[in-house]
Design a protein around this ligand. Structure first.
Ligand code: 13P
Length: 254
């Protein structure tokens, strides 16, 4: 079965939560709760929490990611962080194109593509987010929209580099709302993303690609979502801030 070709990835997106001191506490709890995961486990923390997360996660199965990066290596971009800076710190993953960045910070498909290329060049593994607003779902354009977001994000990404890319399907209406997509809805759109990747890179590349679902995934609904044939993991917001809940989700991803 194709799902067996892929290693699931459970990533926590802490968003703008936890000071460094609070992060230290949560990472200690996560380390105690997650000792031998059967999937990749990543925590994507605020920039200011990266040093403590990296130090505490060294030698553990928990990997560390950032939540954004700029597309240039250096220069006059006040307030920005480059992928090279993250890489040098030891950061492995970076969330790109999250809907909150698209909605509040002017992120576009084109800038997501630029960031994806820059992150890959620096040796980071991008978790590229795509997903529709409720009105778009109601208009019946989810599949086209998500396929387009995927195609633009991957423009210029080589087949070799694609192996380091994760795509996260996050329906915007399900984020932080407690309104989860049904397992069927999540699988349907993850399958559209996989078919789009197959169009661009061929079936083998698509079969090997990790595609996550994100949006109100929690300890209760994770097992059903993760059992879907095209859902290879989760990008978890709220529930990633509680070690007990996050570790249940990790356990569900076997
Ligand atoms: P919630 O799990 O809080 O809905 O957030 C999902 C998300 O945006 C992860 O990136």
């Amino acid at each position: 079965m194709n799902k067996n070709l892929r290693t699931p990835c459970i990533a926590g997106n802490w968003k703008m939560n936890k000071t460094p001191a609070e992060a230290a506490v949560l990472v200690d709890e996560l380390k105690a709760a997650i000792t031998a995961p059967e999937c990749n486990v990543v925590i994507c923390v605020p920039f200011t929490d990266l040093p403590v997360a990296l130090e505490k996660c060294a030698g553990t199965p928990i990997k560390v990611g950032a939540q954004n990066c700029h597309f240039e290596t250096s220069g006059a971009f006040t307030g920005e962080i480059s992928p090279v800076m993250l890489k040098e710190m030891g950061v492995e993953y970076v969330v790109l194109g999250h809907s909150e960045r698209r909605t509040y910070f002017g992120e576009t498909d084109v800038t997501v593509n630029k960031r994806t290329l820059a992150a890959l060049k620096a040796g980071l593994k991008p978790i590229v987010c795509v997903g529709e607003y409720l009105e778009q779902r109601e208009q019946g354009i989810t599949a086209e929209l998500v396929a387009m977001q995927t195609k633009i994000a991957l423009q210029g990404v080589t087949e070799q580099d694609l192996k380091n890319v994760i795509i996260a399907y996050e329906p915007v209406w399900a984020i932080g709302t407690g309104k989860t997509a049904t397992a069927e809805q999540a699988n349907e759109v993850c399958a559209v993303i996989r078919a789009t990747v197959a169009q661009l890179y061929g079936k083998a590349a698509a079969d090997g690609m990790t595609i996550q679902y994100g949006g109100s995934m929690n300890a209760k609904n994770a097992a059903e979502l993760l059992a879907q044939p095209d859902v290879d993991g989760g990008l978890i917001g709220g529930a990633s801030l509680k070690a007990a809940d996050f570790s249940v989700i990790v356990d569900a991803a076997k």
